[in-house]
Design a binder for this molecule. Structure first.
Ligand SMILES: [Zn+2]
Length: 174
Protein backbone atom coordinates (compact mmCIF):
# COMPACT_ATOMS: atom_id res chain seq x y z
CA UNK A 1 0.00 0.00 0.00
CA UNK A 2 2.83 2.41 0.80
CA UNK A 3 4.29 2.12 -2.67
CA UNK A 4 0.93 2.91 -4.23
CA UNK A 5 0.61 6.00 -2.06
CA UNK A 6 3.85 7.33 -3.53
CA UNK A 7 2.29 7.65 -6.96
CA UNK A 8 2.06 11.24 -8.06
CA UNK A 9 -1.31 12.88 -8.36
CA UNK A 10 -1.99 15.96 -10.45
CA UNK A 11 -3.68 18.67 -8.39
CA UNK A 12 -5.75 21.19 -10.35
CA UNK A 13 -7.10 24.47 -9.14
CA UNK A 14 -10.88 24.93 -9.11
CA UNK A 15 -10.35 26.62 -12.50
CA UNK A 16 -8.82 23.37 -13.87
CA UNK A 17 -5.34 24.92 -14.11
CA UNK A 18 -2.59 22.55 -12.99
CA UNK A 19 -1.12 23.56 -9.62
CA UNK A 20 1.29 20.90 -8.47
CA UNK A 21 1.96 17.23 -8.07
CA UNK A 22 1.14 15.71 -4.72
CA UNK A 23 1.71 12.23 -3.32
CA UNK A 24 -1.08 9.69 -3.37
CA UNK A 25 -1.19 9.92 0.40
CA UNK A 26 -1.78 13.67 0.34
CA UNK A 27 -4.41 13.23 -2.38
CA UNK A 28 -6.33 10.69 -0.27
CA UNK A 29 -6.22 13.04 2.73
CA UNK A 30 -7.56 15.92 0.62
CA UNK A 31 -10.31 13.65 -0.71
CA UNK A 32 -11.28 12.42 2.75
CA UNK A 33 -11.36 16.01 4.03
CA UNK A 34 -13.68 16.86 1.14
CA UNK A 35 -11.32 19.54 -0.19
CA UNK A 36 -11.10 18.05 -3.69
CA UNK A 37 -13.02 16.05 -6.27
CA UNK A 38 -11.39 13.20 -8.08
CA UNK A 39 -11.45 13.61 -11.87
CA UNK A 40 -9.57 10.46 -12.79
CA UNK A 41 -8.32 7.36 -10.99
CA UNK A 42 -5.36 5.07 -11.25
CA UNK A 43 -6.32 1.50 -12.08
CA UNK A 44 -5.71 0.29 -8.53
CA UNK A 45 -7.34 0.46 -5.17
CA UNK A 46 -6.05 1.54 -1.78
CA UNK A 47 -7.23 -0.85 0.90
CA UNK A 48 -7.04 -0.56 4.65
CA UNK A 49 -9.01 -2.10 7.48
CA UNK A 50 -11.56 0.66 7.28
CA UNK A 51 -11.88 1.47 3.65
CA UNK A 52 -11.16 0.65 0.05
CA UNK A 53 -10.99 3.38 -2.53
CA UNK A 54 -9.49 4.10 -5.90
CA UNK A 55 -6.26 6.02 -5.88
CA UNK A 56 -6.99 9.26 -7.74
CA UNK A 57 -4.70 10.34 -10.56
CA UNK A 58 -6.19 13.83 -11.00
CA UNK A 59 -7.89 15.84 -8.28
CA UNK A 60 -9.43 19.30 -8.41
CA UNK A 61 -9.77 21.76 -5.55
CA UNK A 62 -13.33 22.65 -4.67
CA UNK A 63 -12.29 26.19 -3.81
CA UNK A 64 -10.04 28.35 -5.98
CA UNK A 65 -6.72 29.36 -4.47
CA UNK A 66 -4.36 32.14 -5.54
CA UNK A 67 -1.02 30.60 -6.23
CA UNK A 68 2.08 32.15 -7.75
CA UNK A 69 4.53 29.91 -9.48
CA UNK A 70 8.21 30.38 -8.90
CA UNK A 71 10.46 30.80 -11.92
CA UNK A 72 12.32 27.79 -13.24
CA UNK A 73 16.01 28.34 -12.58
CA UNK A 74 18.27 28.75 -15.59
CA UNK A 75 20.72 25.91 -15.05
CA UNK A 76 22.57 23.31 -17.07
CA UNK A 77 20.28 20.60 -15.66
CA UNK A 78 17.09 22.45 -16.59
CA UNK A 79 18.33 23.32 -20.09
CA UNK A 80 19.09 19.65 -20.71
CA UNK A 81 15.64 18.71 -19.42
CA UNK A 82 13.94 21.33 -21.59
CA UNK A 83 15.80 20.03 -24.63
CA UNK A 84 14.99 16.43 -23.69
CA UNK A 85 18.70 15.53 -23.58
CA UNK A 86 18.80 16.01 -27.33
CA UNK A 87 21.45 17.90 -29.29
CA UNK A 88 19.60 20.87 -30.75
CA UNK A 89 21.72 20.79 -33.91
CA UNK A 90 21.87 17.14 -35.00
CA UNK A 91 18.94 15.74 -32.99
CA UNK A 92 20.94 12.99 -31.26
CA UNK A 93 19.63 12.00 -27.82
CA UNK A 94 22.51 11.45 -25.39
CA UNK A 95 23.22 10.97 -21.70
CA UNK A 96 23.75 14.23 -19.76
CA UNK A 97 27.54 13.80 -19.49
CA UNK A 98 27.82 13.60 -23.29
CA UNK A 99 26.05 16.92 -23.78
CA UNK A 100 27.37 20.45 -23.55
CA UNK A 101 25.58 23.77 -23.33
CA UNK A 102 26.06 25.92 -26.42
CA UNK A 103 25.60 29.68 -26.74
CA UNK A 104 23.57 30.06 -29.97
CA UNK A 105 24.86 33.61 -30.40
CA UNK A 106 28.45 33.36 -29.18
CA UNK A 107 29.38 35.29 -26.06
CA UNK A 108 31.87 37.48 -27.88
CA UNK A 109 29.05 38.58 -30.20
CA UNK A 110 27.01 39.67 -27.20
CA UNK A 111 25.15 36.37 -26.75
CA UNK A 112 23.63 36.19 -23.30
CA UNK A 113 23.20 33.46 -20.74
CA UNK A 114 19.46 33.13 -21.28
CA UNK A 115 16.85 30.49 -22.05
CA UNK A 116 16.66 31.78 -25.63
CA UNK A 117 20.40 31.63 -26.23
CA UNK A 118 21.44 28.42 -24.49
CA UNK A 119 20.81 24.97 -25.94
CA UNK A 120 21.94 21.40 -25.43
CA UNK A 121 24.54 20.36 -27.98
CA UNK A 122 26.62 17.22 -28.46
CA UNK A 123 30.37 17.71 -28.27
CA UNK A 124 30.79 17.22 -32.03
CA UNK A 125 28.23 19.88 -32.95
CA UNK A 126 29.52 22.24 -30.29
CA UNK A 127 33.06 22.10 -31.62
CA UNK A 128 31.88 22.26 -35.24
CA UNK A 129 29.93 25.38 -34.44
CA UNK A 130 32.69 26.86 -32.31
CA UNK A 131 32.44 30.62 -32.18
CA UNK A 132 30.57 30.95 -35.44
CA UNK A 133 27.17 32.43 -35.98
CA UNK A 134 24.71 29.84 -37.32
CA UNK A 135 23.86 31.38 -40.68
CA UNK A 136 27.58 31.62 -41.52
CA UNK A 137 28.20 27.88 -41.25
CA UNK A 138 25.02 26.25 -42.52
CA UNK A 139 23.92 24.85 -39.16
CA UNK A 140 20.48 25.34 -37.68
CA UNK A 141 18.53 24.58 -34.54
CA UNK A 142 15.97 21.78 -34.62
CA UNK A 143 13.64 23.98 -32.57
CA UNK A 144 13.53 27.49 -31.23
CA UNK A 145 14.73 27.62 -27.63
CA UNK A 146 12.14 29.11 -25.28
CA UNK A 147 11.82 29.83 -21.62
CA UNK A 148 9.84 26.96 -20.10
CA UNK A 149 6.87 27.71 -17.88
CA UNK A 150 5.70 25.80 -14.84
CA UNK A 151 3.74 23.31 -16.92
CA UNK A 152 7.07 22.03 -18.21
CA UNK A 153 7.72 20.30 -14.88
CA UNK A 154 4.46 18.40 -15.04
CA UNK A 155 4.93 17.46 -18.66
CA UNK A 156 8.21 15.80 -17.78
CA UNK A 157 6.49 13.70 -15.11
CA UNK A 158 3.99 12.06 -17.39
CA UNK A 159 4.39 8.33 -17.58
CA UNK A 160 2.19 5.65 -19.05
CA UNK A 161 -0.23 5.87 -16.13
CA UNK A 162 -0.85 9.51 -16.64
CA UNK A 163 -2.24 9.74 -20.14
CA UNK A 164 -5.35 11.30 -18.69
CA UNK A 165 -3.26 14.25 -17.47
CA UNK A 166 -2.54 15.40 -21.00
CA UNK A 167 -5.76 17.29 -21.52
CA UNK A 168 -4.89 19.50 -18.55
CA UNK A 169 -1.29 20.06 -19.59
CA UNK A 170 -1.97 21.09 -23.18
CA UNK A 171 -0.30 18.02 -24.62
CA UNK A 172 -3.21 16.89 -26.74
CA UNK A 173 -2.50 19.30 -29.55
CA UNK A 174 -0.23 17.88 -32.16
ZN1 LIG B 1 24.92 17.24 -32.33
Amino acid sequence: MDALLNNKVLLLNASYEPLMLVSGKKAIILLLCDKVDSLDDYPFKIRSTYMSLNLPSIIRLKEYINYRFSEIALSRKNILRRDNYTCQYCGKKLSPNKLTIDHVIPKYKGGENSWKNLVAACKACNSKKGNFVLNKINMKLIKKPIKPNFIFHFQKEISRHQNSWKQYLFLNEK
